[in-house]
Design a protein around this ligand. Structure first.
Ligand code: ATP
Ligand code: MG
Length: 380
């Protein structure tokens, strides 16, 4: 008898028609990548994917971060005969804490003498005869005993929910504006989970923001690496732009003008490195720079699509996701970011595009953006 992990793809992948193969290949490669430093084998049996590895617990942990997997099942492989199937099914039931069960059989191997219904019935009866206190519930059982009859037979009850979504790398790329806050890492996670390749841009205002603030952003990108496999972080020196705005513009317009600069730099970097879009952690109404009017004005400075996956989420729900993905504890560390240092006392809540454009026209926008990009540092 062998223990294996059965990997189930998110059902959405099966809706891809002719493109299904492309998504499956990507997912397979991503799975192979997370196991590449271990001894493992990847077995495909009639469309089912199995992983054999020496440390199942670690294997599950790795697979739980692979986007596009809906479920991971711990499977016992036995010979395809009733005796072996029954004894394994009994063992699985006794390991389970539930009181009611249902046997579900799939028979891909049509040479097997009994029908799936017969197998389920016989195995169910065998479990009942050999245990105390268990009963069958076909509607809402505490646990399932799944049996898949192929060349070999796979018996499993333990099912672990996967991350879902789409295979990483199948849906284009984005430049995430990554601050040290709670929101932007969550926005990145949500895009990565849908298969969008992530790159990051952080605006650093040395010496007003410390080295430690930059390290914090690197650390956040490092946590997201468990979903993306890499860190592609661009650190943009932002002080000169901010000083230019502070010296030349009205205090209540600082934030919105600064956000327009962030958009321009992010878009130009994206263009330079072949990245399709930009993503932020903005959520409607959260702060002055995230009112509908402010978003319209900052969006105007972008020349490619800007995605805001958190736009309709409440802060408490964003925080829950941050805890789940492991970024929360880092995000709440109290290092200042460039926005917290240059916050006006009364920022404009309803900026008007024409006014803002006029206000910023005193700056040499192209030169400031160009210089920031020339001095951008890249970390991998
Ligand atoms: P977060 O928790 O993600 O920092 P926030 O609630 O603090 O967000 P803002 O400071 O208004 O909100 O920032 C809105 C978005 O702008 C952030 O989610 C992030 O995408 C981007 N952003 C803000 N500051 C920076 C920065 N220094 N570098 C890169 N992106 C930034
Ligand atoms: Mg912030």
């Amino acid at each position: 008898m062998k223990k294996l992990l059965l990997v189930k793809c998110a059902p959405e992948i099966f809706l891809k028609g002719l493109n299904k193969g492309k998504f499956e290949r990507k997912l397979k490669n991503n799975i192979k990548n997370v196991f590449k430093d271990t001894d493992y084998s990847f077995v495909v049996d009639q469309g089912r994917w199995f992983i054999e590895c020496d440390d199942l617990k670690r294997g599950i942990k790795r697979l739980k971060n692979v986007c596009g997997i809906s479920e991971i099942c711990v499977v016992d492989e036995v010979d395809s005969n009733m005796e072996s199937i029954e004894s394994q099914a009994l063992e699985n039931s006794m390991e389970n804490e539930g009181k009611t069960f249902k046997v579900v059989t799939k028979r891909a191997n049509k040479k097997f003498p009994q029908t799936s219904m017969d197998v389920s019935r016989e195995v169910g009866a065998y479990i009942l005869q050999n245990t105390h206190g268990l009963s069958v519930d076909v509607r809402k059982p505490d646990f399932f005993v799944n049996i898949e009859i192929r060349d070999k037979t796979y018996v499993y009850s333990r099912r672990i929910k996967g991350i879902g979504g789409m295979p990483y790398g199948t849906n284009g790329s984005t430049m995430l504006l990554l601050s040290g806050g709670i929101d932007s890492p969550v926005a990145g996670y949500m895009m990565a989970r849908r298969g969008v390749r992530l790159n990051y841009v952080y605006f650093h205002s040395h010496p007003y923001t410390s080295e430690r603030a930059k390290e914090k952003v690197k650390e956040l990108a490092g946590v997201l690496k468990k979903y993306t496999g890499s860190v592609n972080l661009y650190v943009v020196p932002f002080t000169k732009i901010q000083m230019g705005i502070i010296e030349n513009c009205r205090e209540d317009e600082l934030t919105i003008i600064m956000r327009r600069f962030m958009m321009r730099v992010a878009c130009d970097l994206a263009a330079r490195y072949g990245i399709d879009s930009v993503t932020t952690g903005e959520s409607i109404g959260q702060v002055a720079s995230q009112t509908m009017e402010s978003l319209v004005v900052s969006n105007d400075a972008a020349d490619r699509p800007v995605f805001r996956p958190l736009i309709a989420m409440d802060k408490v729900d964003i925080m829950d996701v941050a805890r789940k993905i492991g970024t929360y504890e880092i995000s709440i560390l109290p290092y200042e970011d460039c926005c917290t240092i240059f916050v006006p006392k009364h920022p404009k809540i309803k900026p008007r595009l024409e006014e803002i454009k006029k206000a910023e026209s005193v700056l040499d926008i192209d030169a400031l953006v160009g210089e920031a990009i020339e001095n951008t540092e890249f970390f991998n």
